[in-house]
Design a binder for this molecule. Sequence first.
Ligand code: ADP
Length: 509
Amino acid sequence: MTGPKKSVNSHLETGTKDSISLAGHSEMFSRELLNAIPQQIWTTDEQGILNNVNDQVSRDLGIENQVIISAGWSIFMHPDDLSHSLANWNESLETGHEYVNEVRLRFADGYYYWHLIRAKRILHNQGYIWVGSNTNINEQKANESRKDEFISIASHELKTPLTAIKGFTQMLSRQISETKASSFLHRITSQLERLEKLIADLMDVSKINAGKMAFNLAEFDFSKMLRETVAGLQQVYPKYQLILQDQAPIHFKGDQFRLEQVVQNFVANAVKYSPDADLVLIKATLEQDYLIVSVTDYGIGIKPEHLSKLFDRYYRADNSSARFEGLGLGLYISADIIKRHGGSFWIESEQGKGSTFHFKLPLSVGQTILPEVKIPDRYKDKYISIKCNNENGIMHVEWYGHQDMHSVKHGGKLMIEYLRNNRCSKVFNDNRAVLGTWSEASDWAANVWLPLMELAGLRHFAWVFSASAFSQLSAKKSVENEEATSDVRFFANAENAWQWLHALSPKKS
Ligand code: ADP
């Protein structure tokens, strides 16, 4: 391979030895120190060609350092880990971003061992080099899979007697007419249902972790599913008013059973976390190219710092763990179901006032977005509007409605083109009309889009926030690039953003 594309898989290729030493120490001391570290340490040149490995590598792989350097990592990697490793490494070489990956490496004993590989690009001798470490995480991985396996077996085993107990309880309820006994039976049944739900959640989590959650995709009447689910839940929670709003007829292709599970989880949470309120609103609407479902409650609400973590496994906000029962798995499972349908989720909440949980499912993926205006200094479509002012060098961008990977990439690329062609250096980026979340696109924005904007001439970027907390999180993540050279500032108030940009210099900078 030649040219810059050599970097594509070069850390897995051969290279020449180029030594590095620690500041203030001889090369020999540095090498002794590196060799004493009980962890694999390595370096590559700027193009990603392996040029140093410490002795731990040869101890583990059972091959001399120089041979490993000449051969590269690829021949030691598990074949199933190669393609994603290459893709991640390419991206790091292109963006300069930290490389983090988990792979299996074959040791001298012929077995593969899991490693966490991390590498950072650093300045060295007026150029860049990559410094990496491979940490053996095989024991951790084995423990994790033992735990997952245990959960999977235990939940299966628990399910069988539970089903039998439930059956006998139902038979008994039909036989018994005495009021007191039937009230006890009723209570037993509701506790059994809780147990059944906990076991089902544990089984789902083990399926997700093992990558074995299967989906049956078929077209179904989403509105009907919602009506029936809400009616069923109303029976379960007679003390609450579950109100289904705005029922437009909606047909959707997805796994009906799993999507019903998401709605059930959102509504059950709305009820559980509303000890002093009795109203829950459920809404399904079609907006742009999405189906959006929202569940609103007037319960305890959530502190802003918990919002982005609630969909993690076992995560429970501090105000709920002591007062309400649960494992913190429902939202984790819901998040997986939504993501597997190409969708996303977000929350709006105020502590003490209540919360709205939303999820968004795409009706059609990757549609061509047609422009309404497209002239050299102006562009507009249903997702974005761009106006370039050649006088003051400010590009005025407005984003509309719900965004996803496709629409953000589309708008982001147009911004690069218009910024460059109109020689603008300042951007007024207005997100006030943005709804929900677009977190799926924020890594791309930080690693690819922002560096390209800077190459196209960006110097100052005023980002006016959307009201949605999740959109704000996506915006912040989009500029998390340690090597960014432009000045990016966030504003809640558009007026302040304009003032900042105008004060920089009235003419082009
Ligand atoms: P669980 O309810 O079993 O803890 P979930 O995964 O369904 O598990 O929810 C995770 C956490 O999210 C809950 O522990 C709670 O802190 C928070 N949460 C979920 N729904 C709501 C809601 N409607 N209002 C307030 N907090 C909520």
